[in-house]
Design a protein around this ligand. Structure first.
Ligand code: ADP
Ligand code: MG
Length: 563
């Protein structure tokens, strides 16, 4: 990750370090608490279907600017609608993915299913979208330093480099809240005020990059398939609330926002089940051969079974659906004699989930069935990185959103996203990546982590590709989140844990149900926070670099001490 000694640090929730004895005791307790409250995973190194390890977690919650959190929550229904409209725009999806599917076999296979379904007409017009919009705070947000941004676009490269390397100043904090408030309300343009407070030009004309820990956020990606942590998100808050209480800080719990992600997502599935309208039908979870992240699936199942005991949940792999599944007379999906109303994909987003043609056939069977899919194939394609990149281009949002204020608010969450298609613009972006790779991350059309190329590794990766192969990738500005400091607790790691520098990624869940003409349900459905070591590029919790966390909302980044 790109951070340096100038990277701002978010003020902590409590004063650290803790005394050694206290730290040891509370950490041991918290580990047990985590396992016993289902904040757990199967071990990859010592796998057993009969046991669980606690999932890595951060001991006390990480700070997050309240206004930015509230802005993200408020924006989610708009993002839901945007993605719903994108998913239903056949021309946009087809044009956007045209180059990509020439070289990316996985996306091409998905697209082929889409094409075949389109040709035969959709058996089920309703889709269930359970999205997660992932975002990071941007400590050197150009919107907060509009003068810097302006100068970057207009000044000679050497001056700009000097500016980017200039020491951080702390002038931005006061103005940040103004911007956040304006964006949250969707109105008012306070850019001029902000320009005064930020992007300082000193008397030799060099622009100083302003950085702030209390800063705005940018979208990392939007997930439309297998958006995980609906259980582990709220579970993180449970552990950290327990820890704060144990440490004598119960009064701080009020700054941890409520998180009903599990209920919100499961209720979404049940709403879809209701729409399907067959009392004997079931909800089917499509799962991997081995589910390491088992709690984050079983708790969904258990919630549904406990809250709606009349609704059965089945779990099957794609291979099993291939073996057992067939369509009935009304094109209903049958597993044996059981009719499936809703299909919730927790697998199917990466090539390894389709080891043979059989799994692809199973996916196609489900897509042509009457069952309501989460996601349907068009939703899946709408969640590709290529579509995200296309959405961030000027004027594209107008195709999907009518309200100018909403367009403005959504436009602000995109950081630079660049095509690498084989055309003039794509080739210019390619040259830009070779010149300043440290500013970017290179992403293929994959989900699930571990696929991206970062910074200095980008030129080699790009040079190994043909011009056509490059179009399967997109280039994205690297986001520079502020640091937080705390204890990360992992199975098998040293006790007591050391204080480490960390960065966080917030995910906001959204549920949207509807067809091409109408949206019948659209709501924000809780959140999750993942935190990783600041030195790590990626922070997948199951992959071993990330840890469960939850936000502790702060109102400013002043120096007046801890909350
Ligand atoms: P995936 O679909 O594999 O989850 P992501 O786009 O979410 O792909 O990238 C994986 C991880 O890489 C993110 O969770 C984040 O930690 C890091 N990352 C992705 N994009 C950026 C970015 N623009 N700036 C900084 N970090 C990023
Ligand atoms: Mg991701």
């Amino acid at each position: 990750m790109s951070n340096d000694e100038n990277t701002p640090v978010l003020r902590g929730c409590i004063k650290l370090p803790l005394a050694n004895d206290e730290l040891l005791e509370v950490t041991s307790k918290a580990k047990d608490y985590a396992i016993m409250h289902g904040a757990a995973m199967r071990s990859k190194t010592a796998f057993s279907p009969d046991s669980l390890n606690f999932a890595p977690f951060v001991l006390v919650p990480s700070s997050f600017p309240r206004k930015e959190f509230e802005k993200a929550i408020a924006l989610q229904p708009i993002i839901n609608r945007l993605m719903h409209n994108v998913a239903h725009d056949e021309e946009f999806i087809t044009t956007t993915l045209a180059e990509t599917i020439k070289v990316d076999e996985f996306t091409a296979n998905l697209f082929n299913i889409y094409r075949k379904v389109l040709a035969h007409g959709f058996t089920q017009r309703i889709s269930l979208g359970m999205l997660r919009s992932d975002l990071m705070l941007e400590s050197c947000c150009p919107e907060l330093s509009p003068m810097l941004h302006h100068v970057e676009n207009n000044m000679a490269a050497s001056t700009v480099t000097a500016a980017a390397n200039a020491p951080a100043t702390s002038t931005v904090a006061a103005a940040t809240s103004t911007v956040a408030a304006a964006t949250a309300g969707g109105g008012g343009d306070d850019d001029d005020d902000v320009a005064e407070a930020n992007g300082k030009v000193d008397n030799v004309g060099i622009v100083r990059a302003t950085k702030s820990a209390y800063c705005c956020w940018k979208q990392v990606e939007i997930n439309t398939i297998a958006s995980g942590f609906g259980h582990l998100g709220p579970a993180s808050k449970t552990i950290q609330s327990f820890v704060l209480r144990e440490l004598g800080h119960a009064e701080k719990l009020k700054h941890m926002p409520k998180n009903d992600a599990l209920a919100g997502l499961c209720d979404g599935m049940v709403k879809a089940w209701d729409i399907y309208g067959k009392p004997e039908s079931v909800i089917l979870f499509i799962i991997e051969d081995i589910s390491y992240n088992i709690c984050d699936q079983r708790f969904h199942e258990f919630y549904i079974r406990e809250t709606y005991p009349h609704i059965k949940v089945l779990r099957r792999t794609l291979t099993e659906v291939h073996r057992e599944g067939k369509l009935g007379q009304r094109k209903e999906l049958l597993l044996g004699t059981t009719e499936v109303a809703v299909i919730y994909f927790r697998a199917g987003y990466e090539p390894a989930h389709y080891p043979t043609q059989g799994e692809w056939d199973a996916r196609y069977l489900m897509e042509t069935s009457l069952a309501i899919k989460c996601p349907s194939i068009h939703y899946h394609l709408a969640g590709t990185k290529k579509v995200q990149q296309a959405l961030a281009q000027p004027a594209v949002l107008e195709r999907f959103i009518n309200d100018p204020e909403e367009i403005k608010a959504v436009g602000k969450i995109f950081t630079g996203l660049y095509s690498l298609d084989d055309n003039d613009a794509g080739n210019a972006n390619y040259e830009m990546a070779l010149r300043t790779p440290e500013k970017f991350v290179l992403k293929p059309q994959r989900e699930g982590g571990g696929n991206n190329v970062y910074g200095v590794d980008i030129p080699d990766a790009l040079k190994r590709m043909t011009r056509v192969e490059r179009s399967a990738w997109i280039l994205m500005d690297l986001i520079h989140p502020p640091l937080s400091q705390g204890y990360m607790v992992r199975p098998g790691s040293e006790m007591p844990p050391q204080i480490v520098d960390m960065v966080s990624e917030l995910g906001i869940f959204g549920v949207v149900i509807g067809d091409a003409d109408n949206i019948v349900h659209n709501y924000q459905a809780g959140h999750m926070l993942r935190t990783k070591l600041s030195t790590a590029n990626e922070g997948g919790v199951a992959a071993g670099l990330g840890a469960l966390d939850s936000p502790y909302l702060i109102d400013s980044d002043g120096e007046e001490g801890y909350y």
